[in-house]
Ligand binder design. Structure first.
Ligand SMILES: Nc1ncnc2c1ncn2[C@@H]1O[C@H](COP(=O)(O)OP(=O)(O)OP(=O)(O)O)[C@@H](O)[C@H]1O
Ligand SMILES: [Mg+2]
Length: 140
């Protein structure tokens, strides 16, 4: 056992039902990103991605939850974030990931931008089960 901060690897869950919750998601992701020693630039990237995904969960998913977990692949530490909602799902993922595509009068840059800001990006979505977006950012 080495001395230092116990990162735990226990997921920290947070509901996403309001704008205030989106702010809390940003704060939670920032705290965990600092704990796994991401650079300041990478902290900001993953917080920005999380903010966009949390907003989508709220606006299009009708609210949902986020789980933030520290991960360790033996070489690097990272932060993994899972956004889940029980909304209508995304009918055409390729389209939704296209820069500028929006059904809600936004800029259509949230999903595509978030994908570019993280190291791993995965979406599972269906009309029956809603949408789950998983992102991971590793320390360098
Ligand atoms: N959780 C979700 N559930 C259902 N549809 C979603 C979800 N997230 C995204 N979408 C769909 O994907 C589209 C693109 O999302 P994206 O975040 O890129 O753009 P936006 O939210 O419309 O605008 P912006 O994020 O730039 O303000 C959305 O307009 C919406 O149709
Ligand atoms: Mg968006």
């Amino acid at each position: 056992m080495t001395a230092g901060i116990d990162l735990g690897h226990q997921p920290q869950a947070q509901a996403i039902r309001s704008d205030e919750d989106v702010v809390r998601v940003r704060q939670l992701v920032r705290t965990v990103a600092v704990a796994v020693k991401l650079s300041l630039v990478d902290q900001t990237k993953v917080v920005t991605a999380a903010s966009e995904l949390a907003r989508n969960t709220l606006v299009y998913g009708g609210g949902g939850t986020v789980e933030v977990t520290t991960v360790d692949n033996g070489r690097r530490q990272g932060v993994q974030i899972v956004f889940s909602d029980s909304g209508p799902g995304i009918p055409d993922l390729d389209l939704a990931l296209t820069d500028g595509y929006t059904t809600g009068g936004g800029l259509g840059l949230g999903l595509s931008g978030a994908r570019r800001l993280v190291d791993e990006f995965q979406i599972e979505t269906s009309a029956e089960t809603g949408t789950r977006v998983t992102v991971t950012k590793w320390s360098r």
